[in-house]
Write a protein that binds this ligand. Sequence first.
Ligand SMILES: [Zn+2]
Length: 651
Amino acid sequence: MDKIERIKQLITEINKHNYNYYVLDNPTIADREYDAIYDELVRLEKETGVVLPDSPTKQVGDVVLEGFKKHTHLQKLYSLDKCNNFSELESWINGVNEAYGNQLYTMEYKFDGLQMTITYENGKFVSAATRGNGYVGEDVTNQVLTIKSVPLFINFKGKVVVQGEAMMKLSVLAEYNKTALEPLKNARNAAAGAIRNLDPRVTGSRNLSMFFYGVPYIEGKKFETHLELVEFLKSNGFPVFDYMEAKSDIASIEAEINKIDKIKQNLDILIDGVVIKVNNFKVRDKLGYTSKFPKWAVAYKFEAQELTTTLNNVVWQVGRTGKLTPIAEVDPIELAGATVKRATLNNFGDILRKDVKINSKVFVRRSNEVIPEILGVAEHTDNSFDIKKPTNCPCCGSEIVEDGANLFCPNYFGCAEQIDDRINHYASRNAMNIEGLSGKTIGLLRENLGVKTVADLYKISGSQLLALDKFKDKKSQNLVESIQNSKNPEFYRFIFALGINGVGERTAKDLAKQFGSLEKLMSATVSELTEVDEIGLITAENIYNFFHNDTQINLINELLDLGININYPENNQVTHSELTGKTIVITGDFEHFTRTQLTTELERYGAKVTSSVSKKTDLVVVGNNPGSKFNKAQELGVNVMFETELNKILL
Ligand SMILES: [Zn+2]
């Protein structure tokens, strides 16, 4: 075959694979095979000196630029008016509805990345630019060419400017930081820094993603609705983030915003709000613009999750595993509705890696259910100094043992903080749920009754408690009762209560499901443990080591001897009005369950799980990428339940 012909063939093939991989997220070829055809193309291009305009090798970006050229936007790019609470949102929606009748509103995530436009002519990528001041931006064509999900060619042949956001996925950021000499502080800065970098190789190395949501300029086409515009983007191969809702009433819009606010921490991208737009373009035209904003869209902003503050001091906390966790004390800041005074630094290795020092300005991030975390240094000051590595346990004075990035106090039976934290965790609501066992009480029991392990709790008698100060009749009786009442835990609660490093409640549930009994769990091999979803090698080894440690084995046996009687899930039928007795069909993929697990779980609720949707079906549960069963359910008017609602019942 002619070399040029082969080049053309390879280009078509590679561009198809790029589209499958980067846009659809559905690779249809092994990495190694891909590399082979890519290498062949590079070789042929070198041999022939021919690099065709649509060659994917042009997306590598290997020329360092001297400066950014200016790019004047064909159409002014407006920013969005913001609202920070529901009453502002309601007054906007009511205003629109009163003037033009009840409207349908589209809802999209408000990405926290770098806004950009890309121009196509005759179906070809021409240039890319940052938003800049809305009139003039910077030409970042070479940088954007390194973003593999951005199409070089589209079906539409007229001149068109598309608008989107360049972002670094959080998983990509974490991966990048694992080996980076200088870890990137956050995903937004990482994306903006990558695009606005004169060396496109740097842009390429950051593995950015881009998601599209607007068409500020188009020749030879008029959109009727925003939903149609989004379909246009998708059908031309532009990656569109897989979230879009269209709602007409305020209550559903607000419910949706609340839902997003709850799940936003679990997304792989940063978002800082929800964009709400009037769907109908005729109404948009009538609404028009202020000098700054379109009147047909608003951005509902969530409260900031990330801010900078000064780090004043670091104290070391000893946890239930003996691990020392550095806790940073910072100048108090208001973050996402709470005052943050302390934030974790994970371990000593983390301090070194992030180069965090006392008196430096640091980034603090707060997630919904997690303690605030120090992300990195914003800047050092003249007074900045290194955080000292402790040599002795701050609680019991034992000499510290180092294990990788972590420091440990080895004094298992004698270190008060460790003992208290273990008992506290064991007794906590989601573990054994022993009421009335506060941190203070635990300290009292340890000091006065010599309670050193969770097993010792079951040996406490009412008369022993009565002998203590502050323990009146009723209180002693209640505590002894709630300790004794904890003896029949569900299996997962017992696993969670043991406090194995890396085993949270979710993982405990997974382990309970997978192994079914304590005996099987204790004899599981590392490789059997890694078969459980979400359990990596490190956690698997932690679990294995825990169950092969004499201290732990003795403790578990002691607990069983003291009358702990684990309640296994198969003996544990439960009911729920929406599931019990219902005929249910499952479609799509679920984050927390395999199909089999979900079936078992639904059956535990007394549901009958069948495979096809008919009029007799009571409910279709819908995961990601649902199949035709979802459409069928809608056609037949069968009730559907989405994963988030389902999780509220099952998890
Ligand atoms: Zn200690």
